[in-house]
Design a protein around this ligand. Structure first.
Ligand code: ADP
Length: 917
């Protein structure tokens, strides 16, 4: 450590309780360059958090000892069991003193009858819980699953515990500290989509945590995930906002500005690489992979369905269609969550000039109990040169709500053909598992549950997972070249960037995985305890693995000074490469033997890779592995190790006259050398497969904290409605904000009706409304005419609900711009109006909006500020009722009478008197 750094540390006024500090810092002692923060999910549990802050060191010690004793006992039991098992031993995990991690592995071959029942009757179990009559989606011949059976399954799972893994890989002799990722079952729902956590809970901060004392900060940019915010807060990180770039971690939902990247100090981390849109934009991804298909051979890169980018490749699409008939799936190029996707039988059904990505539709997907499914797996890249890729051990399997039927008549049905949660959640048959242990229940499973399920059916899950790993590596290789050159140009330090990608993978019924897309910033919204468990473990493991340096403010300012001197001389990362004389510099740090032939930069890379691996938690490193050079060496440039995807620039792009390096080769040689002098990494194929298949269990529960919901009082709503109507009749007006609030709550109840009771709805009116006012939310072309969808069905309602849900999301976001904190003369006071909104039913909201429209002659809530001036609206007539009585002919001056005659008859009992007092 440089002496000034030591001084900075010694002068620091921060003093820690070292017992605790060791729990939260790893990879080195506080003050060392390698020390990073530890993130755990168990402190999301308020009880555990309280205990942590109340306990004295002595108590912590005692507890730790107890845990260790317990662990040893369990371990002994397990070892007895394991002696009869052929599973890999716990060799990849050594015990850490104060940290406990419990993985429960339900060994597939040990599954007994009760397990089988659970695995093969995912829906029946839930259906019994919710409705006893509907058997339409239960599986054949299974006994009904009761909640007691559910309990017995959970008990069974506990009995099948065969291993307790107390983490970390590098032995004490090696000098590396081990870190065991703790994983907690969390019933706390912290969601972007369904926020369930109280604000009080959100505000809790870990003031006793080292990160708080070290003043470690994070910054969100164009993103907000409650789960992440909560993790940061309870670990003691504080948020910085606005233009303040004094963050330790920047978490953005979008690609980063290059000037931010250029100026990153060595201790700063950001969650994206520059140019990673090469992977995450559908059109770019397909083009990159196609290039590799041409360059390296189709047989090596046959990992995506055949794809065309329209309109440029319209002709090629037609030629391909004439060779092998459709169907084709049409997706907007830069879209997500199933928005704007539709399936056609032939290219002539795609509107001309549509800007879209069109892929061959995979007609024979893997189905679970007849339902199409696809996978979301989480891939972490911590470096592109050398390439370091991890796959998270647990993923999410998403099932379509309606049973799969490949007949062309059903192609319109998104709840049969698309597995997106954001579509299927609107289907009234959609089932959420209600317990974190229910990994194979309802329409969302875990990856490990799917693997166990497939194994029971004698599928080769080992080969499946190896193929998925291969697909991931090849997709990254195909896009890496351009990202590496951007990193060379803009990223000043090797560790600044990391990225978590959400890979969407479809498995066909021959168990071949197909890459559908790669998501930038995969959603961390959670809708069930299962989601919460997987995603909070994922995020805690991610933050620990990536490593946020545990630097004091003094250490940071030391680096800042050094860094600004460095920046003024060069902003190119290459400038940090050591001179040849540095090659022989001996490292005094403890650890595996250092190869003296390595440059300082190479030693740093190697040491970082090892430390990161020791903190990986549930991440499985899939590149490099012991055979990666054998398998993928041909795709890398022989001189510099860069994956090359452009034919004519091999070995040229990355050569500099000064330094020629091949980090991939260097890393592989040092991690997997067979000469026995160095510790070999142990992520063997068997270890990896075993990790994917085991069930994830954790050591503490987090209570489900529901957002307090105010019970609506119908009588009070009606009373307040009268008050509001009177005020409006007397000349008071709603502010633009109030009008928009009212309209969005009104639309919410229309939406609720659509999903809860699909028979009773205004689907045609909603589609018409979206066509007119939906902005970017437009019904897909083939649905713009409802005649195309002949049968009214739950799926049709779900499709319309999804569109309305998307519109509402945008609408609410726009409404925030109208917030007005003052009460203006002639307007309805906000406190009184909020009271009304709190209790108003759909009919109350409609009454107020109707009267307000008729008095003012306009519907300003339909337009955004930046639009043209609000056009006059014909009055809303009384008597006929519907979705705000079809928004007076969609505010057009023509066809009023024609439109009015088409209203469907919701609110039949709703009479004129009730509307107008
Ligand atoms: P988005 O980014 O909008 O979610 P995806 O590419 O992930 O778009 O596709 C959405 C859904 O459509 C997937 O969940 C999958 O079920 C289905 N899908 C996408 N591409 C194909 C395909 N080529 N063949 C079959 N199904 C597909």
């Amino acid at each position: 450590m440089p002496s000034s750094l030591c001084e900075a540390l010694t002068n620091s006024s921060i003093s820690f309780d070292y017992q605790k500090e060791d729990d939260w810092i790893t990879s080195g002692k506080l003050g060392s360059r390698e020390a990073v923060l530890v993130f755990r999910t168990n402190i999301l549990n308020p009880k555990i958090r309280k205990t942590l802050s109340e306990k004295s060191s002595a108590q912590v010690l005692t507890d730790t000892k107890d845990n260790e004793e317990e662990t040893v006992q369990c371990q002994e039991k397990l070892e007895q069991k394991e002696s009869t098992s052929s599973e890999p031993s716990s060799k990849d995990s050594l015990s850490g003193s104060t940290q406990q991690k419990i993985f429960l592995l339900k060994k597939p071959q040990q599954c007994d009858k009760s397990d089988k029942l659970t695995f093969s009757s995912p829906f029946k179990k839930i259906l019994n819980r919710y409705s006893s009559s509907d058997t339409s989606i239960s599986s054949e011949g299974e006994e009904p699953a009761s909640s007691s059976e559910n309990k017995s399954r959970v008990l069974k799972t506990s009995q099948n515990t065969i291993n307790i893994k107390l983490a970390a890989d590098l032995s004490k002799e090696s000098g590396y500290e081990s870190i065991a990722p703790a994983k907690s079952i969390s019933n706390t729902v912290v969601s972007e989509e369904d926020p369930e956590v109280t604000s009080e809970d959100d505000n809790e901060s870990g003031t006793n945590m080292p990160a708080s004392k070290l003043k470690i900060t994070y910054k969100f940019h164009q993103t907000e995930t409650k789960l992440l915010r909560k993790l940061f807060n309870v670990h003691g990180l504080t948020e910085v906002q606005g233009e303040n770039n004094n963050f330790n971690l920047l978490w953005t939902g979008v690609h980063m500005k290059l000037d931010i990247v250029r100026n990153l100090a060595p201790y700063q981390r950001v969650n994206h690489f520059p140019r990673s849109y090469e992977m995450t934009r559908k059109d770019r991804l397909y083009k990159n992979i196609e290039r590799m298909q041409h360059l390296r051979g189709m047989k090596h890169f046959d990992i995506v369905p055949q794809t065309f980018v329209l309109p440029i490749e319209s002709r090629d699409l037609v030629v391909a269609h004439n060779k092998h008939r459709g169907p084709w799936i049409v997706k907007p190029a830069a879209s997500s969550r199933g928005r704007g996707i539709f399936i056609v039988n032939s290219p002539d059904q795609i509107p001309q000039d549509e800007q879209a990505v069109v892929s061959k539709y995979i007609v024979d997907p893997l189905c679970i109990d007849g339902h199409k499914c696809d996978l979301r797996v989480y891939v972490l890249v911590t470096s592109f040169d050398p390439l370091i890729i991890y796959l998270y051990e647990e993923g999410i399997v998403r099932l379509a709500t309606v049973k799969y039927d490949r007949h062309a008549d059903n192609l319109w049905n998104p709840c049969m053909h698309l597995c997106n949660y954001s579509i299927n959640k609107y289907h009234s048959d959609y089932i959420r598992s209600s317990d974190a242990q229910d990994e194979d229940v309802g329409h969302k499973w875990t990856l490990s549950a799917l693997l166990r399920h497939l194994k029971l059916q004698s599928c080769d899950t080992r080969q499946l997972m190896l193929n998925i790993e291969d697909l991931i590596i090849k997709a990254v290789l195909a896009c890496a070249q351009s990202i590496i050159s951007a990193c060379r140009m803009f990223v000043p330090n090797g560790n600044n960037c990391f990225e978590l990608y959400g890979f969407d993978i479809l498995i066909d019924n021959a168990l071949k995985p197909w890459l559908l897309e790669i998501n930038l910033s995969p959603s961390m919204g959670v809708d069930s305890p299962l989601d919460t468990k997987v995603k909070s473990c994922l995020m805690a493991d991610l933050l620990t693995c990536v490593g946020i340096p545990a630097y004091s403010p003094e250490m940071r300012s030391h680096y800042d000074q050094k860094w600004s001197r460095f920046r003024s001389s060069s902003c190119q990362r290459q400038a940090t490469f050591p001179s040849a004389s540095q090659k022989t510099k001996k490292s005094k740090k403890k650890g595996p033997a250092i190869n003296l032939n390595l440059t300082g930069e190479e030693q740093r890379i190697l040491r970082n890779a090892r430390l990161q691996y020791s903190r990986r938690g549930g991440f499985v490193r899939i590149f490099p592995t012991d055979d990666s050079m054998q398998r993928y060496g041909n795709f890398l440039d022989s001189a510099n190790g860069i994956p090359i995807s452009t034919p004519n620039v091999q070995s040229q792009t990355f050569q500099t006259p000064i330094i020629q390096h091949n980090y991939n080769q260097m890393l592989h040689q040092n991690l997997y050398s067979k000469d026995g002098r160095q510790k070999q990494e142990d992520n063997s194929e068997a270890d990896r497969i075993w990790q994917y298949e085991r069930a994830l269990e954790t050591d503490s529960e987090i209570p489900f904290v529901k957002k307090p919901t105010v019970e609506k009082c119908e009588v009070e709503g009606r009373r307040l409605r009268k008050v509001m109507l009177k005020k409006i009749s007397n000349g008071s007006e709603l502010t633009p904000f109030q009008a928009r609030q009212t309209f969005s709550i009104y639309l919410e109840s229309v939406l609720r009706r659509l999903t809860e009771d699909p028979k009773d709805n205004h689907e045609k009116i909603i589609l018409k409304f979206l066509n007119k006012f939906g902005g970017s939310v437009k019904p897909p072309v083939m649905f713009r005419n409802m005649q195309n969808i002949k049968v009214a069905s739950k799926a049709r309602s779900a499709m319309v609900a999804k569109l309305l849900g998307d519109f509402l999301e945008n609408y609410k976001r726009d409404t925030e711009a109208y917030v007005d904190s003052f009460d203006h003369f002639g307007m309805i006071p906000s406190s009184a109006y909020n009271q009304f909104l709190m209790h108003a039913q759909e009919s109350d909201l409609e009454a107020v909006l109707t009267l307000h429209t008729n008095v003012t002659g306009i519907m300003p809530f339909l337009y955004n500020r930046c639009g043209l001036s609000v056009p006059p609206t014909p009055p809303i007539p009384s008597g006929l009722h519907g979705f705000l009585r079809a928004l007076p002919s969609m505010v057009s001056s023509t066809g009023i009478n024609r439109e009015l005659s088409k209203y469907d008859g919701y609110f039949k009992s709703f009479d004129k008197e009730k509307i107008f007092l």
